[in-house]
Write a protein that binds this ligand. Sequence first.
Ligand code: URA
Length: 195
Amino acid sequence: MRVSWQSLYEEINNCQKCDLCRQIHNKVPGQGDVHAKLMFIGEGPGADEDMQGLAFVGKAGQLLTKMISAMGMTRDDVYICNVVKCRPPQNRVPDAAEAAACLPYLRQQVALVKPKVIVLLGSTAAKTLIREDFRITRERGMWIEKKGVWFMPTYHPAALLRDESKKRDAWNDLKRVMAKLKELEANENGGSESV
Ligand code: URA
């Protein structure tokens, strides 16, 4: 059953399905255009996100904002969220059980937004949504289509801050995302003209 945004956010805010919720200041459900064609999925909130209850507002988030703007969009044009909605202590990677506990919320977000394209930021998002043994360094930049949604796995902005040499590959991945969005839009327009 498809839930409403209100009930989904309430469920997330009341969630105690794993221990991550015990040490946080705020849940971080995600934010942006709830009808966006493009969605970004990261790993989990860091300290800034935990304090503000908003996804990608710290240093990595500022870089993500620049990346979105280089794509000719603003953060208000896209939907941004994470695999887990609670900050893991010391920013550790969420474990498989934590990611699995939170996955139904992410699936509901995808079902509600109905994006055409999803950018998976980093290994945790790719492992959770594509395959457990997904290798971001080897397999990023390749399209994966599932049930009509196109997934583009790329580097996490935090990885780009740690290693600037990865930026060129990440930008190429985002250029492919822009091209795909154009292509899908052209197909949609072409389709409606012929009806
Ligand atoms: N890193 C993430 O994966 N998500 C955030 O919201 C912030 C940093």
